[in-house]
Design a protein around this ligand. Structure first.
Ligand SMILES: Nc1nc2c(c(=O)[nH]1)N[C@H]1C(S)=C(S)[C@@H](COP(=O)(O)O)O[C@H]1N2
Ligand SMILES: [Mo]
Length: 349
């Protein structure tokens, strides 16, 4: 059950109304003048819908993944790969986000623009059978079954912060494996400089893709520079909290890039394409001035419409919004800063 609390926005920084979903709903706003008018009264009478989830009454729907995958996820090593231990949040302020929250408060616009839409609707998603097309600048292109993709890899649990560009964050124990190891299996050619990821299009199971109001051009697309993709922190996740990923979190296979804003961590991947030129991402197509290709978490470069200096670590309570300072590269600077040396991160946001 969701308890919806409506509170007045007293502070633009505190607002999730200036969010990614606003773009997807823009035509809806324009069509409903009352809502549109309200959304422009920043700092005044704007109403922020905040969800307080009741952990006891929520149930997690695991996606219907094959049994072999379920047991492989359950048997994953909890030990971290060498060099990853420092990336794990271990202090008291950084406890794991309760599973019931991380699986109920989601951005997955294929299922709708409200935070609770994915958990409500993603149970419909058929994830078995599943296949992933490998294409572009690569020696071994082809259509691979999920089993082909996953079989050679040992799974491990990695606890990462997830920082959404909307200025909320969580701490989630993912189960998965190194992205680099997967990509190298297919033999990227010397021309491959970028890797693009593409989400499933299946409007009969993903109602958000049917929405007349949607401004997103499906499929959802993301991409990384190949050296970013080869960084040991970048992973493909197949599970969380020791179980297969629920549909709302991107079953059966998603990307996790913990030093970048959450929108880079694309869900339910059906194609991985190696390219010479930098691919355009979905969010660049929607608003290039607000969402860049790099999207590294950066408290010193504000979003044009709100500050990125702080974040709300979810779940907050009725007594505290749990606001904390945002860290450069989401706290993973020691590991990843060298990828960007010499780059002007204000320009390459
Ligand atoms: N295909 C797809 N992937 C997506 C999204 C989406 O709408 N569609 N939303 C992104 C955004 S904005 C965030 S913050 C994270 C949220 O991941 P979570 O729901 O597992 O916390 O997923 C990202 N991956
Ligand atoms: Mo996000």
């Amino acid at each position: 059950m969701l308890i919806i609390k409506n509170s007045k926005v007293d502070d633009v920084k505190n607002s999730e109304i200036t969010s990614e979903a606003e773009y997807l709903n823009r035509r809806k706003f324009l069509g409903k003048s009352a809502v549109f008018a309200a959304s422009t009264l920043v700092g005044g009478s704007l109403v922020l819908k905040e969800q307080v989830l009741n952990a006891q009454t929520l149930s997690t729907q695991s996606a219907r993944v094959p049994a072999w995958l379920g047991s492989k996820v359950a048997g994953s090593r909890t030990e971290l790969s060498a060099g990853l231990a420092d990336a794990t949040p271990r202090n008291d302020a950084e406890q794991l986000t309760p599973e019931e929250y991380a699986t109920a408060y989601n951005n997955f616009y294929e299922f709708g623009t409200d935070k609770e839409d994915p958990a409500r609707l993603a149970g419909k998603l058929t994830t078995d059978p599943w296949s992933v097309k490998i294409s572009g600048e690569v020696a071994k292109p082809g259509e691979y079954t999920l089993e082909d993709i996953l079989k050679p890899h040992d799974f491990e649990e990695r606890i990462y912060r997830l920082r959404c560009v909307e200025a909320w964050s969580m701490v989630i124990p993912w189960v998965g494996f190194s992205l680099e190891k997967l990509l190298k299996r297919f033999g990227p050619t010397g021309n491959a400089k970028y890797v693009q990821f593409i989400t499933l299009v299946r409007p009969n199971e993903m109602p958000g893709q049917n929405s007349l109001f949607s401004t997103i051009k499906w499929p959802y697309r993301e991409a990384l520079r190949l050296d970013e993709a080869y960084h040991p922190l970048a992973m493909l996740a197949v599970g969380m909290y020791g179980k297969p990923l629920p549909g709302q979190n991107g079953a059966p296979l998603r990307l996790i890039v913990p030093w970048k804003y959450g929108f880079k961590s694309i869900k339910s991947i059906v194609e991985i394409r190696f390219t010479e030129k930098q691919p355009k991402t979905s969010w660049q197509s929607i608003a290039a001035g607000e969402y860049g290709f790099y999207a590294n978490v950066n408290p010193y470069v504000d979003h044009p419409r709100w500050s990125q200096a702080t974040e709300r670590r979810l779940p907050g309570s009725l007594f505290s919004s749990n606001r904390m300072d945002t860290r450069m590269f989401n706290g993973y600077g020691e590991q990843v800063a060298s990828l960007y040396s010499g780059m002007d991160l204000k320009r390459y946001y």
